[in-house]
Design a protein around this ligand. Structure first.
Ligand code: KIV
Length: 276
């Protein structure tokens, strides 16, 4: 753990040591207030490139830059004191050269002080993961369904459904773990294969649509709280509908303003407090 204003922050080594232990609790976070609300309850907060869709209204996760991810990483670090914070490397910042991947990863850590970066990809990304880890930056892997590549792989398809697919994702998980990742996100993968991957690798697996067999779970917070309703994958459990609450609040506010009920005298300056 590292000391940060008196609060101990969970390190990537501690996340790694949780293999097979109490389930890791992980959520995405993009802003300071959100990080403040989630921090006490989570082991790991991911500044995911899902923010492209759930914050910026883009159609895929591909439209965000390293600068945008760094700005949100800084915002989350201002709000989270205890959780291990991981920032996604966005599409285009790591795939084509180890040099660029290491430079992007180091920039994220230097400019945000987050604990680690995450990148998507299987065996083809193993050397890149090793290069970043060798440069001193912990890496969270991401295998199975890969949103950054979904467009080129026929959409958001559940992985591991046939023998060939199962072998591929198993090999991907093994390659990324062997390359030195401290943990692996497994996304959108059938339960028996996610279970086998979890048994096969010696680092924790964090599932999203990948069954309770994983060593931990992550959800996109906007999905979990009803702030992104364009579509809701089967693996999401919604715990509250903040989208509906926001709509109701805006409706009540509009009604108050239009009917002269807001602001009241209690919201004004230089007005005698009415006697009660
Ligand atoms: O970008 C993201 O939020 C993610 C999670 C879905 C794991 O990668």
């Amino acid at each position: 753990m590292t000391e940060d204003s008196g609060v101990t922050r969970i390190s990537t080594d501690e996340i790694r040591s949780r293999k097979g232990g109490a389930p890791l609790v992980c959520l995405t976070a993009y802003t300071t207030p959100m990080a403040k609300s989630l921090d006490a309850h989570c082991d790991l907060l991911l500044v995911g490139d899902s923010l492209a869709m759930v914050i910026y209204g883009l159609e895929t996760t591909r439209g965000v830059t390293l600068d945008i991810m760094i700005a949100h990483g800084q915002a989350v670090m201002r709000g989270a004191q205890r959780s291990c914070v991981v920032v996604d490397l966005p599409h285009g910042s790591y795939e084509n050269s180890h040099y660029k991947a290491v430079a992007s990863a180091c920039r994220v850590i230097e400019e945000t002080s987050a604990q680690a970066v995450k990148l998507e990809g299987g065996a083809e990304m193993a050397e890149t993961v090793a290069a970043i880890v060798n440069a001193g930056v912990p890496v969270l892997g991401h295998v199975g369904l890969l949103p950054q590549k979904a467009e080129h792989r026929g959409g958001f398809k559940i992985q591991g459904k046939d023998d060939e697919g199962a072998k591929q994702v198993m090999a991907d998980a093994r390659a990324i773990a062997d390359a030195g990742a401290f943990a692996l996100v497994i996304e959108g993968t059938v339960e028996p294969v996610a279970r086998a991957m979890t048994e096969d690798v010696d680092v924790p697996t964090i599932g999203i649509g990948a069954s309770p067999a994983c060593d931990g779970q992550i959800l996109v917070t906007q999905d979990m709280v009803g702030l992104f309703a364009d579509f809701t994958p089967k693996f999401v459990k919604r715990y509250v509908d903040l989208g509906a609450a926001l709509n109701d609040a805006a409706e009540a506010y509009a009604d108050d303003v239009r009917n002269g009920r807001f602001p009241g005298l209690e919201h004004c300056f230089g007005v005698e407090k009415p006697e009660s």
